[in-house]
Design a protein around this ligand. Structure first.
Ligand code: KE4
Length: 421
């Protein structure tokens, strides 16, 4: 494959955009390559500026569950755009999308639209603090919830004390109220509640972790989080930015049968447009301005174009529930051939990761970090050369869409079987 034009584009981009990108993971640094520049996408395919064609298993990091340029979604956006892109005045379609979301996830009794997953989680955490009057929050090492200051943290010296910033520019004070637990480790959570009794506003968790590679919750883990937050009058926040409408139409909360107090959504809910959501218990959401004292706002929140894409996407998913069974079958085939290679594979529905850990299980951040990232980079390069684009990082997820044909899946499985890395 030839990437001459992408290299030229990357050079030009690098002169004005930090790292040549508008989001770090797109720079392909984790796999030591120059990123390709996309010309267009359709269905399961991407074409780059050099004319190379790829089967796309990143799907823009999750939004693309229906594939690229799905006709009904594009038409809905075009129709909305023709009436004006944004008004900053309420529109009835925002209510229509909100009701679709609540119908899919009844725990979201009241909700607010924002423009990114980061904004959704930041706002949900503020609502939890405002509602409980408490300042401390619990998150899990290896889970990512966007780049708001209080969530860009890593474990500090003592596991039972506040975290430390995981990014330059985050004041120490912002990190100190964030406590870090270990994913799938109930004792680490119990210890934090015992050491910070009455001080924890919420636990925020990816109900299926997908930012350390995919790490499913072990049996009873989510139920434990539901119980310990209830026992301590803390709120349980499910960050379903990835899992929402992905692992089932009702998200991970339906898939696992756990009702959180708040949920955040992004990616699929906006159909690929900048739209995200936070919502949940009415008594909590009634603290949000202008009703209550928790302030949150956004110029483009719920803009009609993004809402149109979201409504079109959810309606397709709602009206073809078979899509989830099909995604399950397609993705299980890929998982099967990966397991035949002896790779560790974690999968929930159409969300999966292959870890190069010599077959050792990956159940949390620490075990994920034992993966051979060089081996992953070699696998990535081999797949790309074969016209298959998987996540450019061992610690991201592979996404399968409704647009991936049986032929796509078969070509992918054949490439994996033939791989000698
Ligand atoms: P955004 O602000 O990127 O829309 O959403 C932040 C976010 C929140 N919660 C979860 C569980 C997420 O996975 C994300 C963002 N996911 C990454 C991919 N792992 C987005 C890709 C990127 O950063 O470019």
């Amino acid at each position: 494959m030839d990437w001459k034009k992408s290299e030229q584009c990357f050079q030009a981009a690098g002169n004005i955009l930090p790292g040549g990108v508008n989001s770090p993971v797109r720079a392909f640094r984790a796999v030591g390559r120059t990123p390709f520049f996309v010309e267009r996408g359709r269905g399961s395919r991407l074409w780059d500026v050099d004319g190379n064609e790829y089967i796309d298993y990143v799907c823009s990091w999750g939004p693309g569950i229906l594939g690229h340029a799905r006709e009904e979604v594009v038409a809905a956006v075009q129709k909305a755009a023709a009436n004006g892109l944004t008004f900053g005045v309420p529109t009835a379609v925002e209510t229509e999308l909100a009701e679709l979301i609540r119908e899919a996830m009844p725990s979201m009794e009241m909700l607010r639209m924002v423009s990114s997953g980061t904004e959704a989680v930041m706002s949900a955490v503020r609502a939890a603090r405002g509602f409980t009057g408490r300042e401390k929050i619990v998150k899990f090492t290896g889970c990512y919830h966007g780049h708001s200051d209080g969530l860009l943290v890593k474990a500090g010296s003592g596991l039972l004390t506040g975290a430390v910033p995981d990014s330059a520019g985050v004041p120490k004070g912002y990190a100190e109220n964030t406590l870090l637990a270990r994913y799938n480790d109930v004792e680490s959570v119990r210890a934090l509640f015992e050491a910070n009794s009455g001080e924890i506003a919420c636990v925020v968790v990816e109900p299926v972790a997908a930012n350390m590679g995919v790490v499913p919750p072990e049996k009873g883990f989510l139920r434990f989080l539901r119980n310990i937050t209830e026992e301590n009058d803390a709120l349980l926040i499910f960050d379903e930015v990835i899992t929402g409408f992905r692992v089932s139409y009702g998200g991970a909360q339906k898939y696992y049968g756990i009702k959180p107090d708040l949920t955040t959504l992004g990616k699929i809910v906006g159909g690929g447009m900048p739209l995200a959501v936070y919502g949940g218990r009415r008594d909590v959401m009634e603290t949000i301005a202008p009703l209550g004292a928790v302030y949150q706002a956004g110029t483009l929140s719920g803009n009609p174009m993004a809402v149109a894409a979201g409504i079109a996407t959810l309606k397709i998913l709602r009206e073809t529930p078979s899509v989830y069974a099909e995604l399950e079958q397609k993705t299980a085939k890929i998982e099967q051939v990966m397991r035949e290679k002896g790779w560790t594979v974690n999968r929930v529905g159409s969300l999966l990761s292959a870890f190069f850990t010599n077959g050792n299980p990956v159940t949390d951040y620490e075990t994920a970090q034992t993966a051979d990232t060089k081996a992953y980079a070699a696998y990535f390069g081999y797949m790309l050369e074969n016209g298959i684009y998987v996540a450019p990082s061992q610690f991201e997820a592979m996404f399968v869409s409704a647009a991936h044909s049986d032929a796509d899946i078969e070509k992918t499985c054949a490439a994996i079987r033939a791989y000698e890395g």
